[in-house]
Design a protein around this ligand. Structure first.
Ligand code: FPP
Length: 258
């Protein structure tokens, strides 16, 4: 297992879980079998994140574009999500992990919505670890929803658009209560961002892994963190100004659970 510096663990890791379909195809199995194995990897990854002291873990579980998949696969993914919430809520409570979502969750099937509401309510009091599921999420729809919310605030005379700052606008994003991700991991060998946290990733480090999501092990997670710790995050400054070889996440913003 990679040697990690406990003082430089990223606050927020976000993951594009890719490659379930290819994992299954390689084995002559139906795609849903890859997703099923993917759920096991989700459980393991939440556990590892907690062990490592990662405060926020965001998982890209279903994008706004994923509705374009065959109906059977979309239905299968929704069933798995419901199954995961039913089975894992007690573990999240035991481990004091708060659940949040980002995305247009109102469009998800009623059964999934109900489970989400129950788990979110049951874990709302926890502050140490947060699991964020990106569901029916897309950065562009997030921007549209934020612009609508901001415009409504302007129309109500609550805010002055002439004085708009990034912080004001960011308060209307789904991620208003979250720090920006420090590290974004994508599995499966693809090196795309796929409409995921485009604004929040402004200063994130990216790690692209060639293995498929069902094969994302504890060891691979540690390795990705080690890779992150070997980088210098400059946030627009020069390396000489910083004089440090490894990244320090910026302080958590006011309003995020500390
Ligand atoms: C990408 O693999 C994966 C998804 C679109 C869904 C991810 C869902 C899970 C891991 C299971 C349910 C989630 C939770 C949180 C319980 P792909 O199907 O695009 O793989 P491919 O690119 O190889 O076809």
């Amino acid at each position: 297992m990679a040697d990690l510096d406990p003082a430089r663990i990223p606050h927020h890791v976000a993951i594009i879980m890719d490659g379930n379909g290819r994992w299954a195809k390689q084995r002559g199995l139906p795609r849903i079998e890859g997703h099923r194995r993917g759920v096991e990897t989700v459980r393991r990854t939440i556990e590892t994140a907690r062990e490592l002291g990662i405060r926020y873990l965001t998982l890209y579980a279903f994008s706004v574009e994923n509705w374009r998949r065959p109906e059977e696969e979309v239905g299968g993914l929704m069933n798995l999500l419901e199954y995961f919430l039913k089975r894992e809520t007690s573990t999240l409570i035991k481990n004091k992990v708060r659940l949040l979502t980002i995305g247009r969750t109102a469009d998800l099937p009623a059964g999934v919505r109900r489970r989400l509401e129950q788990t979110i309510e049951a874990t709302a009091g926890f502050t140490e670890h947060t699991l964020v599921l990106a569901l029916n999420y897309g950065s562009r729809t997030e921007v549209l929803d934020a612009v609508q919310a901001y415009s409504a605030a302007v129309a109500a005379g609550e805010v002055d658009p002439a004085k708009l700052t990034w912080e004001d606008f960011a308060r209307h994003l789904y991620t208003r209560d979250l720090p920006d991700p420090d590290l974004i991991i994508r599995t499966s060998g693809e090196t795309r961002v796929s409409n995921f946290l485009l604004l929040q990733a402004a200063y994130a480090e990216f790690v692209f892994l060639s293995l498929y999501w069902p094969d994302f092990s504890k060891d691979a997670f540690h390795q990705a963190i080690a890779d992150y710790q070997g980088r210098q995050r400059r946030f627009g400054r020069t390396g000489d100004q910083l004089g440090q070889a490894s990244p320090q996440p910026p302080p958590l913003p006011a309003g995020s659970a500390s």
